[in-house]
Design a protein around this ligand. Structure first.
Ligand code: SF4
Length: 421
């Protein structure tokens, strides 16, 4: 069905309860299989029946986690990222055994909480703790679940095959949102705390090596998307006890939830980086907001350095300025996320764009001197930039790595004298 056909069946109140500003926006997202119909609470049953089959996602979405920080897994529509994009990044969980002593569990929780990595300005890490019922005791399992619920702000995943232990664990987590309960084998349940009403399915691949996991997950995704097989259209959870390679394979091939026994940062960092790469929308460049950024504590005499809003460019240039110890204003031009040369070739980095960045950012109010430094790669736009902005333009180095030396040798800035020492 098209977005317009779906729109005609929606309530058309634009109440926003679905998280979209209008019913039409929601209808278009439904048509593109980016959301599920359940997000609109006001669709009546007859319409639900008509739209149900037409709008259901090939891989169903499941939500769990803490109120206000819910995680969504599944909700996928593609075999390959370049088809459109993958919607929900693999959630990473690290296990905590209920056989450990209370002190050892606290230590483990502390190590899990420390698995946070700053990558290009974005904090990445583990989102869930998977409590494993190694003890077989409902009491021990409930105590471990309660500890996670109270001492961690991560989502809970409960691994137990025993219904009594599952109930005790879910009850112990009451109040901390919705936990995901997994059983061995293919069965699984998403358990709402103290309620069996809100159940859904996840396919749990627990055994097998890298090849088994990848081929099983690929076959499931193919059946769900190409074969429209509803019985295969559920998020996939994979547990990895000792193989970073298997973990990497699971991220690449369709694990929506990856449960790891390792809490070693050296193993986790490559995995979160891989996840970032796989789940980045290939149609959207990674960008930073255009505007002026303070590096160090710049004064009205500090230099103004111009570059583009491609995230990698920003995060390459900024640390080099920082390492120079020369406070500066970093003026980020909106080039739609393109790097310096690409933006210049696409006519997005030119005199007009820089003039607009100067006006929009208000940098003229913050500096005395009207001098900017442009990247050496686009020395060719020096003349037009001077014409468009009325500023004096200096041509900086071609590579960000040469910025510290360049800045320390600038004669015009008083800070440079201090910084050069
Ligand atoms: Fe429209 Fe339903 Fe969304 Fe409200 S919740 S805006 S009625 S689609």
């Amino acid at each position: 069905m098209t977005g317009l056909e779906i729109y005609k069946l929606l309530p058309k109140t634009n109440c926003k309860k679905c998280g979209f500003p209008t019913c039409l926006a929601f209808a278009i997202a439904l048509a593109g299989k980016k959301v599920e119909l359940d997000k609109c609470p006001d669709v009546d049953d007859s319409v639900r029946q008509v739209l149900g089959e037409a709008t259901v996602l090939p891989v169903r979405a499941i939500r769990f986690g803490r109120p206000g920080r819910e995680l969504e897994i599944g909700g996928e529509t593609e075999m390959f990222r370049h088809g459109k994009r993958f919607n929900n990044a693999t959630v990473l969980a690290v296990t905590l055994s209920d056989k450990l002593s209370a002190d050892a569990q606290m230590d483990r929780l502390d190590r899990i909480a420390a698995l946070r990595f700053d990558r290009l300005g974005e904090m990445l890490g583990v989102e869930a703790v998977a409590v494993v019922n190694d003890s077989g005791s409902a009491e021990a399992f409930a105590a471990a679940c309660e500890l996670v619920s109270k001492e961690s702000d991560l989502a809970g995943v409960l691994l137990t095959n025993d219904p009594e232990c599952a109930r005790a664990g879910l009850d112990a987590c009451k109040g901390a949102g919705k936990a995901l309960r997994l059983c061995s084998g293919q069965a699984l349940v998403v358990g709402a705390f103290s309620s069996d009403e809100d159940q859904d399915a996840v396919i749990f691949l627990e055994d097998g090596g890298l090849a088994d996991v990848v081929s099983s997950a690929t076959s499931l995704r193919r059946r769900a998307i190409e074969g429209k097989d509803r019985s295969a259209g559920f998020p996939i959870a994979v547990r990895v006890m000792d193989s970073p390679l298997k973990a990497a394979g699971a991220i690449c091939k369709y694990a929506s939830l990856l449960i790891l026994d390792s809490d070693d940062p050296a193993e986790l960092l490559p995995l979160v980086t891989l996840r970032l790469n796989i789940y980045t929308d290939p149609q959207k460049p990674v960008i930073v907001d255009p505007g002026v950024y303070e590096v160090g504590n710049p004064t009205p005499d500090s230099p103004v350095i111009v570059t583009t809003n491609f995230s990698l460019t920003y995060h390459s240039v900024r640390p080099e300025i920082e390492s120079s110890k020369v406070p500066a204003w970093l003026l980020i031009v909106d080039t739609e996320g393109q790097s310096v040369l690409t933006a210049w070739a696409a006519d997005k980095l030119n005199g007009k764009a820089i003039a607009k960045a100067i006006t929009d950012s208000g940098i003229e109010e913050r500096v005395k001197d009207r001098t900017m430094i442009i990247p050496g790669l686009v020395a060719i736009i020096k003349g037009e930039t001077e014409d468009e902005t009325g500023w004096r333009v200096e041509v900086g180095p071609r590579e960000a790595s040469a910025l510290p030396k360049y800045l320390r040798n600038l004669p015009a800035c008083p800070e440079l004298v201090e910084g050069s020492g």
